[in-house]
Design a protein around this ligand. Structure first.
Ligand code: NAP
Length: 490
């Protein structure tokens, strides 16, 4: 059968101007797409790096790896970049690649429906748009998860979630309570110990802390990076980093692997060397396998928690009262500020947006049990709709920029099938998703993430919502789509 092969002018809508949305914008423009719009709910680009501004905010992935492959950055000040530098990097990249004109700020998408072969979008402002292709780049960790603590509303001091930091609230000389000891809580406590009058860190479950040195890049090093961009590319592709990622991601596939035990021994040695007090050390010692929760890299947490003005509180929170937190041992911890570093609802993705695919099928219904996507990018019944950093993609202690770039390589090939005029609709098959999911779930349960701890990696049924195979397998999967797994309609 002859297929029509006239290149079509496609309208592409990108949801969100964070790391992945910026990537999509740059790549679409480079590929010559002339009708592209990125809808961004806020007034600035940057996604999670715009929303998180808490003291101590640091990217715990090495700076030269946390960059787009096409935009190495000689200006990073440190091995682990401060959050404000990451935000500046994204703003710089948007300006340099001239994609600011693609972004419509302060436009929150509330509806996205597939009708008559096109996506119909509705914004909170009332604005409407249509698209041939939709790229959902809405991020993963952006809906704060607030704890259900008795009496929280009765607290008379200031209180906010870590991603909603109110910088008008003074810190110096204040008594600060931090609930939660994930990457966020640990960074906040490390920054505030010695600055606030008192920092009380409320820990429900101990965390493994991996030692890391956060070295500064010297002016000479930065000058060398500026004059020779190959040095930067070498740093991004630095064998130690890449082999560490490969080693780490292979190690997490088996909780009993010698590699995971080696990583655990390093972290245990770090704890033993850093915390001489036996009682405190025992409180800080986790009772589950390392990397079950996302591993925390910190150069200074153990030092911070031993500061005379810091306290680790492990007695369990009974309730919040007007003057502070009462723990189960009956003690009242008086506070001026209570920071909720309690994490995010990691299963939301595009939601609460109302996304409806073919024949009015609702994403909320399709995802009622758990968010599902074929190879983390495509959903049956949602044609020409793709996700970057969607559900079940690789997550862990490595650069999600790299993951998004690989996903773009894959998605762009599916878009090209429609652009070429060969097909009107490209849609993952239900069978492909079901087979992927069955294999994925079986493998995910065997990874260290499923080895017996609670974390944001787990779905509502306690199954890790992660890519459970090697990075190499992911790279191969993203090289080119297997067209047997897609329905193509001319
Ligand atoms: P998180 O890892 O989900 O940690 C939430 C913390 O809050 C846990 O310690 C949890 O305790 C505690 N918690 C939740 N509800 C509680 C309650 N009702 N009572 C007492 N404690 C409660 O969240 P996060 O620290 O914001 O980090 C989320 C992710 O963001 C990270 O894993 C990482 O992927 C990303 N992140 C990255 C960086 C970076 O440097 N790249 C920095 C920050 C965050 P339990 O452990 O007992 O559940």
């Amino acid at each position: 059968m002859d297929k029509q092969k006239t290149q079509r002018e496609l309208r592409v809508v990108v949801m969100g101007a964070g790391m992945a949305g910026i990537l999509a914008g740059i790549k679409l423009r480079e590929a010559g797409f002339s009708s592209v719009v990125i809808y961004e709910k806020a007034a600035r680009v940057g996604g999670t790096w715009r929303e998180n501004t808490y003291p101590g905010l640091t990217c715990d992935v090495p700076s030269h790896a946390y960059t787009y492959s096409f935009e190495p950055n000689p200006e990073w000040s440190r091995f682990l970049p401060p959050g404000a530098e990451v935000q500046a990097y994204f703003e710089h990249t948007v300006a340099k690649y001239g994609i600011a004109d693609l972004i419509r700020f302060n436009e929150e998408i509330v509806g996205c429906e597939y009708l008559d072969g096109r996506w119909h979008l509705t914004m909170k402002s009332g604005l409407r748009d249509t698209a041939d292709i939709v790229i959902a780049a809405t991020g993963v960790l952006h809906h704060p998860k607030l704890p259900e603590l008795k009496g929280l509303a009765s607290f008379e001091g200031k209180s906010f979630h870590s991603s909603r930091w109110d910088h008008s609230v003074p810190l110096d000389g204040q008594r600060v309570g931090v609930i939660g000891n994930g990457s966020t809580g640990v960074q906040i406590v490390s920054a505030l110990a010695g600055r606030a009058a008192k920092v009380s860190h409320f820990q429900r479950t101990a965390q493994w802390i991996f030692p890391v040195e956060n070295l500064h890049f010297s002016d000479e090093q930065k000058a060398a990076f500026r004059s020779d961009t190959q040095l930067l590319r070498d740093l991004r592709n630095e064998p130690t980093y890449l082999s560490n990622v490969e080693r780490f991601t292979n190690a997490v596939l088996d909780p009993e692997s010698p590699e995971i035990k080696e990583i655990e021994a390093i972290a245990l040695g770090h704890l033993e060397r850093s915390v001489p007090d036996t009682a405190l050390r025992n409180k800080l010692l986790p009772d589950y396998r390392i990397a079950c929760k996302r591993l925390i890299y910190s150069p200074d947490y153990y030092k911070a928690i031993q500061h005379p003005d810091a306290a680790l509180v492990t007695d369990g929170i009974e309730c919040v009262e007007a003057r502070g937190i009462r723990t189960r041992d009956g003690k009242l911890h008086e506070l001026d500020l209570l920071v909720l570093a309690t994490g995010f609802k990691a299963d939301q993705f595009m939601r609460p947006m109302n996304v409806q695919g073919r024949d009015g099928v609702k994403l909320n219904d399709v995802w009622a049990k758990r968010p599902r996507a074929y190879l983390a990018v495509a959903i049956p019944q949602f044609p020409n709709f793709y996700m970057l950093n969607g559900p079940t993609g690789p997550v862990g202690n490595f650069s999600l920029i790299d993951i998004a770039e690989q996903q773009w390589q894959y998605v762009s090939q599916l878009i090209e099938l429609v652009r070429s005029g060969e097909y009107r609709e490209v849609e993952a098959t239900q069978q492909a998703l079901d087979e992927y999911d069955v294999a994925r779930i079986a493998a995910a349960k065997k990874t260290v993430f499923g080895s017996g701890c609670n974390s944001w990696y787990l779905d509502a049924e306690g199954v890790p919502a992660t890519w459970p195979w090697s990075q190499q397998r992911f790279r191969e999967a993203m090289t080119a789509p297997n067209m047997d797994h897609y329905t193509l309609r001319a």
